[in-house]
Ligand binder design. Structure first.
Ligand SMILES: NC(=O)c1ccc[n+]([C@@H]2O[C@H](COP(=O)([O-])OP(=O)(O)OC[C@H]3O[C@@H](n4cnc5c(N)ncnc54)[C@H](OP(=O)(O)O)[C@@H]3O)[C@@H](O)[C@H]2O)c1
Length: 239
């Protein structure tokens, strides 16, 4: 099944992985709607996407905004959720519980709220593709919050796959991908992280957003995957 004529909503679709998903889907003939918090990122994304793409502002952490967003968007086929920010990396001893809880707002509760309010508008044959990361199954010291988040996303995906059936619900688990997500690091630290990650990975490089976007497209097209976690991590789980 191709995506031609399908309507796809990408929350977090104005940058990085989400923008690559929207671009690849639109080039395949899908009608895409991208959404994120900042008007300037929405406008910049629309300049990069094929003509006909729609863009709206949305803060996925605000449930009232999420409800109103889906009422405005109306019927569609696939929901992709890639909204997120850089990983919170700190030791348990240094952690601040309020900050740790806030870290789950966008990636876990934002996704939860988007699925809750978006699912009633998904047409027959449609699906949801969420985003996690390898920290849940391959934690390192300093990743307690990230690992908790990623584990929760995988469990949420499986529970939703049953609760929302026949809507299919899957999750993509990217490894390190070269996107704006890493902008909080200095150029030197970012370069160092990409270089050391590439050297450690079996594929010898970090990912590009387009590498990972393919997995979202596959999960939207395919009618037989639900409750699945698809790793696109250059072999990161093995090393
Ligand atoms: N890049 C990696 O190495 C990597 C690895 C594993 C997992 N991931 C996960 O993959 C997802 C996509 O990451 P990326 O690398 O593509 O990051 P990115 O380039 O920074 O894109 C994140 C997107 O999320 C939007 N966003 C952030 N907070 C939002 C909110 N509250 N409501 C709506 N939109 C929001 C941002 O736009 P605005 O600023 O306009 O809101 C932006 O469009 C994230 O969940 C990330 O944690 C990334």
């Amino acid at each position: 099944m191709g995506l031609r004529g399908q309507r796809i909503v990408v929350v977090g679709g104005t940058s990085g992985i989400g923008l690559a998903v929207a671009g690849a889907a639109a080039r395949e003939g899908a009608d895409v709607v991208v959404a994120s918090r900042r008007r300037e990122s929405v406008d910049a994304a629309l300049k990069q996407l094929p003509e006909g793409a729609e863009g709206l502002t949305l803060d996925a952490t605000d449930e009232d905004e999420v409800r109103a967003f889906f009422e405005r968007v109306g019927a569609f086929d696939h929901l992709v959720y890639t909204a997120g920010e850089s990983l919170l990396m700190e030791s348990l001893a240094e952690s601040d519980l309020a900050r740790s809880k806030r870290f789950l707002d966008t990636r876990l509760w934002g996704a939860y709220s988007a699925v809750k309010h978006g699912a009633p508008f998904i047409r027959e044959g449609g699906s949801v593709v969420l985003t996690t990361g390898s920290a849940g199954r391959r934690p390192r010291p300093g990743t307690t919050v990230a690992a908790s988040l990623c584990g929760a996303m995988e469990s949420l995906t499986r529970a939703l796959a049953l609760e929302l059936a026949p809507i299919r619900v899957n999750v993509v688990s990217p490894g390190v991908v070269r996107t704006d997500l890493w902008r909080a690091l200095s150029e030197k630290d970012r370069g160092g992280l990409f270089e050391s990650t590439a050297a450690a990975l079996p594929v010898g490089r970090v990912g590009a957003p387009e590498d990972v976007a393919e997995a979202y497209l596959y999960l939207m097209r395919g009618g037989y995957s639900t409750g699945s976690v698809v790793d696109v991590d250059g072999g990161g789980l093995l090393v």
